[in-house]
Design a binder for this molecule. Structure first.
Ligand SMILES: Nc1ncnc2c1ncn2[C@@H]1O[C@H](COP(=O)(O)OP(=O)(O)OP(=O)(O)O)[C@@H](O)[C@H]1O
Ligand SMILES: [Mg+2]
Length: 497
């Protein structure tokens, strides 16, 4: 149905895509796989008119087409949910959702009531309840992602492209979305999904198409789709599963939180993280994990309670003082909170590192950035290039590298490996574990169960702004975490510690 032939795209010296041929059939769900920087986003940007290829052709039902803008692609029934959010924060939800529809189809007047009703209809089908009249800026990343998806579905596309849309969602939302894709497939919708979670591909895709360094590396049909084969095609080598680090010998508490009240909540949170300990924060979307981490980093106001690092009280609501006390945060949304998108890779890495006396040694600064780029395997030829020239996963590595460069006493991570590929993820865990071994305390919110189970020494489960479980050792299981996250109670004979 939709075919690409001989697609090539270069950025300066970088070949993002080299001579790619791909056909997506009607009602096919195609997983587009590959490591960070392998060209996945570039390919779907070309398919949806965001980027023009240097050479090659696109055809629909055998007829060649040229897309110079995303509207051209929309006219042909191709809708993209991009890797980074594109919603307009100050406009209400319904205007965001209906925007492509209005620009695309008609000059006819549609009443506001009608627009709102259609928006509500689509959001209902997506299984989310969002007030269509509030500005998008009031929504969290999960809800904003659903607004993006609704915006893509409103034009009733033939091909829906999801570029890591699931990375911003919790497990339940992902399940709902994947079920919806399967339902729409029955009606003839084709989908291209990009994800770094292998289980999502194996459960949903009819075929996986794998890119490596911008080239076609191979493809697997549904029956052949498994982690081993996929990883082999993606990285060209087998990844040895990482041995879990040794349990820590508990030292003094580094982070002590006492009766902390999040703004707008009456509940009180008390917790400790020891030196060398990696503590997971599990819970459903909206359970208060991000709010807790942001409160600890001084980004979000608190309603009372105390935070101490190594016995020293940290003044509340003050990011600079929090950082001085050794608390560094890797935020949830790299584009609005983590990076200055108009700046270079180097400027972003060194952000906040300028000494007060103003004497910055430029050369040494760049060398530091280059070291970090090498250590984290960031795919770039030039640290002075804009940070937006990096692929999504490589941008995330810069945000993590910067937090670690501050030598924090307490590292706060909010969905740290979102968008990071399977190989690089392991390397990041290793770097975090190394730092933990030297005494850093880590508190990490994650919606990725494998990450929680594989990396954490202890898991705190949150439910409705409260810590409802503190799990050690054998109690850290998918079952107990899921139970507690949904407000369930552990049976009395396996009481949480
Ligand atoms: N605007 C740009 N300017 C310069 N280089 C770019 C630009 N966009 C992409 N690239 C480069 O093209 C290559 C492919 O990037 P792309 O974003 O397609 O990767 P990806 O497979 O989507 O990776 P990820 O999994 O991290 O999202 C990368 O090396 C990237 O740095
Ligand atoms: Mg990408």
């Amino acid at each position: 149905m939709i075919s690409l032939a001989g697609i090539t795209k270069t950025y300066g010296a970088v070949t993002a895509l080299c001579n790619i041929d791909l056909t997506v059939d009607r009602a096919e769900v195609l997983a587009l796989a590959g490591e960070n920087g392998s060209g996945k986003s570039t390919l779907v940007k070309i398919l949806s008119g965001v980027v023009l290829p240097d050479s090659g052709t696109i055809s629909i039902d055998g007829r060649p087409v040229t897309f110079t803008t995303p509207l051209d692609a929309l006219d042909h029934g191709i809708a993209l949910v991009a890797q980074e959010l594109t919603v307009l924060p100050h406009l209400p939800v319904y205007e965001n959702v209906m925007l492509p529809f209005l620009r695309h189809r008609t000059r006819r007047l549609i009443s506001r009531r009608n627009l709102i009703a259609r928006t509500t209809g689509i959001l209902d089908a997506l299984g989310v309840q969002i007030d269509p009249c509030i500005p998008v800026s009031r929504l969290g990343p999960v809800q904003q992602t659903f607004v993006e998806i609704a915006k893509a579905l409103v034009v009733e596309p033939k091909l829906l492209i999801l570029d890591e849309a699931t990375s911003r969602l919790g497990e339940q939302e992902v399940e709902f979305l994947l079920a919806l894709i399967k339902r729409l497939k029955v009606q003839g919708l084709s989908t291209i999904m990009i994800t770094h979670r292998i289980a999502e591909m194996t459960s949903t895709a009819d075929r996986a198409f794998v890119l490596r360094d911008g080239k076609f590396a191979g493809q697997l049909l549904h029956a052949e789709l498994n982690e081993h084969e996929l990883v082999n095609l993606m990285v060209g080598r087998t990844i040895v599963p990482r041995a879990k680090k040794h349990a820590v010998s508990v030292a003094a508490p580094r982070l002590q939180v006492q009766d902390l009240q999040l703004q707008g909540s009456r509940k009180r949170l008390t917790l400790e993280v020891q030196a060398g300990e990696i503590v997971g924060l599990a819970g459903l979307v909206g359970a208060g994990r991000t709010e807790l981490l942001e409160a600890l980093a001084g980004v979000r106001r608190t309603g009372g309670g105390t935070v101490a690092v190594d016995g020293h009280l940290v003044p509340p609501n003050n990011t600079r003082r929090s950082l001085q006390h050794g608390l560094a945060l890797v935020p949830e949304d790299r584009h609005t909170q983590g990076l200055i998108v108009s700046d270079s890779i180097h400027e972003n890495y060194e952000l906040g590192a300028v000494p007060w006396h103003g004497l910055v040694n430029r050369k040494r600064g760049r060398a530091r950035t280059r070291d970090a780029v090498a250590r984290f395997g960031v795919k770039t030829g030039n640290v002075l290039a804009p940070v937006t020239s990096l692929s999504g996963g490589n941008q995330q590595k810069i945000v993590i590298a910067r937090a670690l460069s501050k030598n924090p006493t307490v590292l706060l991570l909010d969905e740290p490996t979102r968008g990071v590929d399977i190989g690089a993820r392991d390397e990041i865990y290793q770097i975090i574990e190394e730092q933990a071994r030297t005494g850093m305390a880590v508190l990490m919110a994650s919606s990725d169960m494998l990450e929680i189970l594989g990396v954490c020494d202890r898991v705190l489960v949150m439910h409705e702004n409260e810590i409802v479980g503190d799990l050690h050792g054998a109690l850290i299981t998918e079952h107990t975490i899921a139970l507690l996250s949904t407000g369930g109670k552990l049976e009395t004979h396996v009481k949480a510690h």
